[in-house]
Design a protein. Structure first.
Length: 305
């Protein structure tokens, strides 16, 4: 049995692993993909203090190396559920069950799907949620980016290094993204905008995307907008399916904690993007992870008293 199991190895999970293992707790980090979480889908990071401009995957790799320095172990696994037996928590994966005195949930979030015809059918064939992974396939092509938040604008800017043109489609006439990103997008000659438009279907030739049907939110008019690829950034959904029986989420599925990162269940913590919080950043996830790593040490010491 471990002292702590951490579910997820994004910036939050890796920081919690560093703090908890440095306090001499035995730590197992369970992850179903490559370490890094959303960092692996992020082109450039420029607002994480101390490292200047860095790519998401590079920052993920150095966080991963750091997180293992004090003995934290990593295992591959897809978590299906957590059972809370008081002093013992069981973390049940597809192919194994692990036990620990405490659990830190750092499972993060996934890109929200729009749910329109063609989205699933053309996923991986022109529809993408990851500019870092798929952008290079679209050299000199015309791309559409859906959304008006930080991700849509930041990744739209990143895509201009490959694409001949990037059209950002937003459902309002004002972006939600940070002003600095907006200014860069407005200045970029390769970027244009379709305001007050929502996609209602993605169409192609059965092999690849050829166009997006865009509906004007004011007139209701639908136009066939030609595009070689569609990158979707309309927000995030929490990855908390495995925690649904614990009654620790709000109605949208985000996990509720106090300032100590404690859920309502003693010994179960949540950190980073998966938390019901006001800001989802690398820096906030790292802050959450350090608090949880420290709090879990206090919790486990109290069990031994
Ligand atoms: P977000 O901030 O929730 O923005 C989602 C965007 O998609 C909004 O503009 C929203 O429109 C639009 N949208 C939502 N549902 C839609 C639908 N069904 N159809 C069409 N458009 C829809 O999500 P995000 O950009 O992925 O960012 C997630 C979090 O990560 C945020 O907290 C963000 O600040 C953070 N982030 C930060 C950075 C950075 O600091 N550099 C980079 C990336 C992400 P409305 O504006 O009308 O609601």
């Amino acid at each position: 049995m471990k002292d702590v199991i951490i579910i997820g190895s994004g910036p939050g999970g890796m920081t919690a692993a560093l703090y908890a293992s440095r306090s001499d707790l035995s730590v197992l980090v369970i992850e179903r993909g490559a370490p890094g979480g959303q960092l692996m889908n992020t082109a450039d990071v420029e607002n994480y203090p101390g490292v200047g401009l860095v790519t998401g995957p590079d920052l993920a790799m150095s966080m991963y190396e750091n997180s293992s320095n004090f003995g934290a172990e990593h295992a591959y696994g897809n978590v299906i559920s957590i059972e809370d037996h008081g002093a013992v928590k069981k973390v049940i994966c597809d192919d194994a069950t692990y036990e620990a005195k405490a659990v830190i949930i750092a499972s993060g979030s996934d890109h929200r799907k729009i749910g329109i015809p063609g989205e699933e059918e053309y996923s991986g064939r022109g529809v993408s949620y990851c500019a870092v992974c798929d952008g290079a396939f679209f050299k000199d092509r015309h791309l559409v980016v859906i959304g008006g938040g930080d991700s849509a604008v930041e990744e739209g800017l990143y895509l201009t290094q490959f694409a001949s043109r990037v059209t950002i489609v937003h459902r309002r006439d004002e972006l939600r993204a940070q002003k600095i990103l907006q200014e860069r997008a407005f200045k970029n000659e390769k970027i244009d905008f379709q305001w007050n438009k929502v996609p209602v279907a993605i169409e192609g030739d059965d092999v690849k995307v050829q166009s997006v049907q865009l509906k004007d939110t004011q007139t209701g008019e639908v136009e066939n907008f030609l595009a070689d690829g569609v990158f979707i950034y309309i927000g995030l959904d929490p990855l908390t399916e495995f925690a649904k029986d614990l009654s620790i989420t709000n109605e949208e599925g985000w996990i509720q904690t106090n300032n100590h990162m404690e859920t309502r269940l003693p010994g179960i913590y949540a950190i980073g993007d998966v938390r019901d919080t006001v800001l989802r950043q690398i820096a906030t996830a790292v802050g959450d992870g350090s608090i949880a790593g420290q709090e879990v040490y206090k919790y486990i010491t109290s069990l031994e008293d």
